[in-house]
Design a protein around this ligand. Sequence first.
Ligand code: NI
Ligand code: MN
Length: 253
Amino acid sequence: MNNYEKSVYYTLVFGIKFEFQRLITVRPQITYYGHSCFSIQLGGKNILFDPFITPNPKASMVDVSTIKPDVILITHGHGDHIADVEAIAKQSNAQVIAAYEVTEWLSQKGVKNCLPMNTGGSINLGFCYVKMVKAEHSSSFPDGSYAGNAIGFVVNNSECCFYYAGDTSLTLDMQLIPLEFKLDFAFLPIGDNFTMGIDDAVKATKLINCKKVVGMHFDTFPPIEIDHKRALESFEKEGLSLILPIINQTIQL
Ligand code: NI
Ligand code: MN
């Protein structure tokens, strides 16, 4: 082989090896704790999103004392996203990443390991890269005080790349995400009333150029109860796949 052939050969071999590694490691484990709360195993660490477990009767079988994440990501200050942050952060000493106003509020409650960010910011945590992206939603604490902007997250490492939308409407800004990231899957709200419903979530899935969606923010309260069959069919009709997770179950994506 001459040098050119060698370089082509090595590019191919290493390219295939890299893709193969992605294929065998691209299926991260996620556990659903109800409403919008998930934990995901990534890079040997555990990330927890928006813990709302103890006030949720549908998640009464979840033992919160066993949840020990390394990192907690919070999208906004509403009670149905932060109810158990304080307890879980204190029992795990997890790093809590949220909008500046949310981390200030948690710090006042004695949560030690907070990392404030704001919309558009990103950070390298070593085992993954986290970017805070725009969401269209309100954000206040249960006592009504100001909690900054509601946001979403994109999390990326060599294993996988995903978008956790938080509470949001469908927005044109979602088109920015695939300009920067190639998503393997996304967590989208589908319950309607307070967030996007099924039809807008299908449109969002196209805007973010993703094929696989995990539904969240559905069935917890009567106003956000959904027709599961219609939800699954609406995605399937467009060649997209929707997963409706079951509380306290772990799946491999
Ligand atoms: Ni909310
Ligand atoms: Mn909510």
